[in-house]
Design a protein around this ligand. Structure first.
Ligand code: AMP
Length: 204
């Protein structure tokens, strides 16, 4: 199954994509993670866009993603999280492959801002925490693996406002390009998962 998870920053699409990818046995491909993990010559250029909340240019993005989508583990399908982010990217994706279902996780802008500002992630295992609503027990370390918790450079108010603005202006139009299923993202993680699996007609 080839799936797109779409939602404003902080909607929980990454968290849900991780859970559903394990359930379905298909890889979770986060374009944000791919870009943050890029090395070599492209890294400096990529980081300069991410730090201020701008989109990485489409061609550069496609260079990184194109390689990933054709790896062996994507043969059975994938969950794409963070791509496409505008109509040009959606059209490019249509040229490369066909998507079975698009899941849109909805939260308000205020919720998105609050979630991102308090978000910290384990640098070792990727577990996410919220310093206000879901803190780790040992302030700066991960409860699961003991790794150090880090804050993303673009999870600050200025960059977030920019990212939310880009989402509404550039990303939302892709939702009418595909037939998306809307899921309420402002509920407990397990209930969001339940609703996604129901939309995909998969037993929880
Ligand atoms: P995310 O982790 O999905 O919030 O992405 C973090 C940042 O990576 C974004 O603010 C963009 O700068 C960049 N990025 C991620 N996906 C894309 C994409 N599809 N096109 C362009 N830039 C992207």
């Amino acid at each position: 199954m080839k799936l797109l998870f779409v939602g404003v920053q902080g909607s929980g699409k990454g968290t849900q994509a991780k859970i559903v990818s394990v359930k379905l046995g298909i890889p979770h491909i986060s374009t944000g993670d791919l870009l943050r993990g890029a090395d070599g010559g492209l890294k400096k250029e990529i980081d300069s866009y991410i730090a201020v909340g701008k989109l990485v240019p489409d061609e550069l993005m496609l260079k990184v993603l194109g390689v990933r989508l054709f790896l062996e583990d994507c043969k059975k399908g994938f969950i794409l999280d963070g791509y496409p982010r505008n109509m040009a990217q959606a059209k490019k994706l249509d040229e490369i492959t066909s998507i079975d279902k698009v899941i849109e996780i909805q939260i308000s802008d205020v919720e998105a801002l609050t979630r991102a500002i308090y978000r910290v992630t384990c640098g070792k295992c990727g577990e996410g925490y919220n310093t206000k609503t879901n803190p780790s027990k040992k302030a700066e370390f991960c409860d699961k693996c003991g790794g150090a918790l880090t804050k993303r450079a673009d999870d600050n108010e200025a960059a977030m406002l920019k990212r939310i603005g880009i989402y509404h202006k550039e990303t939302e139009p892709i939702l009418s390009h595909y037939k998306s299923v809307k899921i309420n993202g402002e509920q407990k993680i397990e209930n969001v998962t339940r609703d996604i699996l129901a939309a995909l007609k998969i037993k929880n």
